[in-house]
Design a protein around this ligand. Structure first.
Ligand code: AMP
Length: 218
């Protein structure tokens, strides 16, 4: 069978990473390639690439195409026999054109989640300091609330105080969403013209069954 190539497209916080994890869990032959993960890994390990891109990631700005395109091409060339799903790339029309000039894309899966839902998801997330269980202040708080920002963990019974993750500030998020919206339209039009777009009509992809995901991919 020929390998299949997918792009997953949507705003930061739309749930691309979660959906890709689910796809890979159900269909392990599909490789998940995330440019954000590649960059974060390099920053963490303080590689040459990491040093070059750190300032862009910290500021929530796009890494220049000359760096990003080369990383993506190199990674995808290593997967020439595999099916893959590309997450976080392309973000701009020029990246989409670059991708098409080197690889054939079968489908572009679009996660269309309203901005207010994304803001709640990202700005409300926190975890238990003891066991790590993930919660959301607005959408998925622990059951037992003690004060405005205080709960008891459902899982391990520890006291939890809501603390915003340092990289999830409202200002940084607004900036990332603005950049996304500005760049998204031409990319979507580009793939629309090529007939590649599949819209995912649910805000919570964890609700999709294996059959539904298979239909999306085929
Ligand atoms: P993400 O996890 O996809 O939100 O990516 C995290 C950060 O990595 C972004 O805010 C950018 O700084 C950088 N990045 C990821 N993908 C790209 C891309 N296609 N073009 C430029 N920068 C990117």
């Amino acid at each position: 069978m020929d390998p299949k190539r997918y792009v997953i497209f949507g705003a930061p916080g739309a749930g691309k990473g979660t959906f890709c994890s689910r796809i890979v869990e159900l269909f392990p032959h599909i490789k998940h390639v995330s440019t954000g993960d590649i960059f974060r890994e390099n920053v963490k390990n303080e590689t040459e690439l990491g040093k070059k891109v750190k300032e862009f990631l910290d500021a929530g700005k796009l890494v220049p195409d000359e760096i990003t395109n080369a990383i993506v091409k190199d990674k995808l060339e290593q997967l020439s026999q595999d099916s893959w799903i590309l997450d976080g790339f392309p973000r701009t029309l020029s990246q989409a054109e670059f991708l098409s000039s080197h690889f054939n894309i079968d489908k572009v899966l679009v996660l269309d989640v309203p901005r207010d839902v994304i803001k709640k998801r990202i700005l409300g997330r926190f975890s238990c300091p003891k066991c790590g269980k993930i919660y959301n202040k607005f959408t998925l708080p622990p059951k037992d609330q003690k004060g405005e920002n205080e709960w008891i963990c459902d899982n391990c019974g520890a006291d939890i105080t809501f603390v915003q993750r340092s990289d999830d500030t409202e200002e940084a998020l607004e900036k990332r969403l603005d950049i996304y919206e500005k760049n998204a339209q031409p990319v979507l039009e580009y793939y629309e013209k090529k007939g590649k777009i599949v819209k995912i009509g649910t805000e919570n992809t964890l609700e999709l069954s294996k059959e539904e995901i298979m239909n999306i991919l085929n």
